[in-house]
Design a protein around this ligand. Structure first.
Ligand code: URA
Length: 433
């Protein structure tokens, strides 16, 4: 079977067989198919799409491309959560300790930043001392003892996704429903949790720009998960503005701590409570109201934050730093972006805001780029807020003076300021169970 013929077939709108998909994944993982042919096939899939059967076959081949983790020792208590990626999305840092404090077992493998979106592993790695790699047995022991361990996709778990994810990131082939479905669900299935909650983002900062596309993606992923014997639920949440106020690694950890300590309420708190509630409903088999009450009480009692401290300590991180770190630490420059006019913010191009953060150093433009943990943006005004000319809209943090002007321009260009307040919109568009 020649990879050239497989690319040509998909480019011309054909339907790939299971064997053709397996030949692509096997050849790409063992290195006989080079990046340029894999990226050509991804681009063909981007434009031509895939049938449900092709997507299921791709997911299965990717999940089996490496090890499959066996979490059966934890019975039905294992629960995972995955976001399709957004700007300011630090929900894992918040929901993982909440759910672990309620008895769930969170054995989680997370990704690095992709495109304009940040990655949980990069955020965790910004905590001084925090290890994001761990041997399999140590990882499972930590889940047993503390209830939560989060590391990067490690060892030989879904090597196909590891390679494809990095390739798609730099070839403009991220925002494709079959490629996202297979990427997310192959990792989730190989990672072994019985229950899986998906946070499918929709809007200008998400890979899915509309709630309708996000719904299709969510339904695809829920169906594939159920077919593999998992308990599934998916929330479709708004990404037409950054989630919370912090964008960038250290900044986001600090904001996550504020939410866990009950010191910050708002959109981020609401999405985290909704996600942790779904996770608790699944792993503890509870109705919505009871699960939500437990989640809220885990935050208010301090149990969830204590769990975060125990988790960070177990992975070598400095738990005391969580309480002392301040916005702007480590960044030589803190530059306010001010409003050019009086009015209301009527719209935020959230992808552009994510890109402004990448320019400041918070993400990677190329696979091998280094991240500046302290770089990012603290957003002060969001869609719907009234602003006065000269008022601070956001603060940019960086150690790269040359990045300030382009990031500031990008940020301002991402905002629309109008004379009337826009209509309020939902934060959670839908739940698919
Ligand atoms: N998150 C993933 O894990 N994969 C994608 O393709 C997009 C978001």
């Amino acid at each position: 079977m020649r990879i050239y013929d497989i690319i040509l077939k998909k480019r011309n709108g054909g339907t790939l067989t299971k064997d053709e998909i397996a030949a692509f994944i096997d050849g790409y993982v063992d290195g006989t198919i080079p990046d340029y042919q894999a990226s050509a096939l991804c681009m063909a899939i981007f434009f031509r799409g895939m049938t449900d059967e092709e997507t299921a076959a791709l997911t299965d081949c990717m999940a089996r491309s490496g090890d499959m983790i066996d979490l059966s020792r934890f019975g039905d208590l294992t629960v995972d959560k995955h976001s399709t990626g957004g700007v300011g999305d630090k929900t894992t840092l918040i929901v993982a300790p909440i759910v672990a404090s309620l008895g769930g077992k969170v054995a989680k493998m997370s990704g690095r930043g992709l495109g304009h979106t940040g990655g949980t592993v990069d955020k965790l790695a910004s905590i001084p001392g925090m290890r994001v790699t761990m041997a399999r047995e140590a990882f499972l022991r930590q889940v047993e003892e503390i209830g939560v361990a989060v590391i990067g996709q490690s060892g030989n778990l879904t090597p196909a996704d590891k390679k494809l994810y990095a390739l798609r990131d730099v070839t403009a082939t991220v925002d494709s429903i079959p490629l996202i479905t297979s990427s997310v669900m192959s990792k989730k299935i190989a990672a072994g949790s019985k229950s899986i909650v998906l946070d499918v983002k929709a809007g200008s900062g998400a890979f899915m720009k509309t709630a309708d596309d996000a719904r299709i993606l969510a339904r695809n992923m829920v169906a594939i998960g159920k077919a593999c014997g998992r308990k599934m639920s998916a929330l479709i949440t708004d990404m037409n503005r950054p989630l919370g106020t912090a964008v960038g690694n250290t900044l986001e950890v600090i904001e996550a701590v504020k939410v866990l300590r009950g010191a910050s309420k708002g959109d981020l708190y609401d999405v985290c409570v909704a996600l942790a509630t779904e996770m608790t409903m699944l792993f503890a088999d509870l109705p919505h109201e009871k699960a939500e009450a437990r989640v809220v009480s885990a935050i208010e009692s301090g149990d969830a934050f204590r769990k975060m401290q125990a988790w960070v300590t177990a992975q070598g991180g400095d738990a005391a730093w969580l309480e002392t770190a301040k916005y702007g630490d480590g960044a030589a420059l803190a530059v306010p972006v001010v409003s050019p006019a009086d009015g209301y913010i009527t719209c935020m191009d959230t992808e552009e805001i994510g890109t402004a953060a990448v320019i400041l150093g918070a993400g990677r433009s190329k696979k091998e780029d280094e991240i500046d943990d302290s770089a990012g943006i603290l957003v002060c005004k969001k869609t719907g807020d009234a602003v006065k000319k000269g008022e601070i809209l956001a603060t940019l943090y960086t150690n790269d003076a040359a990045a300030v002007a382009p990031a500031e321009k990008r940020y301002l260009d991402a905002l629309t300021v109008g004379s009337a307040a826009p209509e309020a919109t939902d934060l959670i568009f839908d739940i698919i169970r």
